[in-house]
Design a protein around this ligand. Structure first.
Ligand SMILES: [Zn+2]
Length: 82
């Protein structure tokens, strides 16, 4: 799967590691969550093709669902120190 990266909106070949070309990035912004639903769907669909490995796919889905506040992990052993 060594297909060249393409803008998921217009199909224009892009060299950097992102989903859309510079023009569309300016139009929709950097944050995938701010993008219209159809565009997020396009990205997820494209990603599904690129990462057919199921385990990797699950990891990516996890990252998508991750809220920044959940990134601060609490070590359960901390409670024992009181
Ligand atoms: Zn584009």
């Amino acid at each position: 799967m060594s297909q060249a990266k393409k803008c998921v909106v217009c199909g224009k070949p892009i060299t950097w590691r992102f989903w859309i070309c510079e023009k569309h990035r300016k139009e929709y912004g950097d944050n995938l969550r701010d993008w219209p639903e159809w565009l997020q769907f396009l990205v997820k669909d494209t990603r599904r093709e690129q990462y057919s490995d199921e385990r990797q796919q699950r990891l990516l889905d996890m990252i998508d669902d991750l809220d920044p506040k959940h990134l601060i992990s609490v070590d359960p052993q901390d409670e024992d120190r009181f």
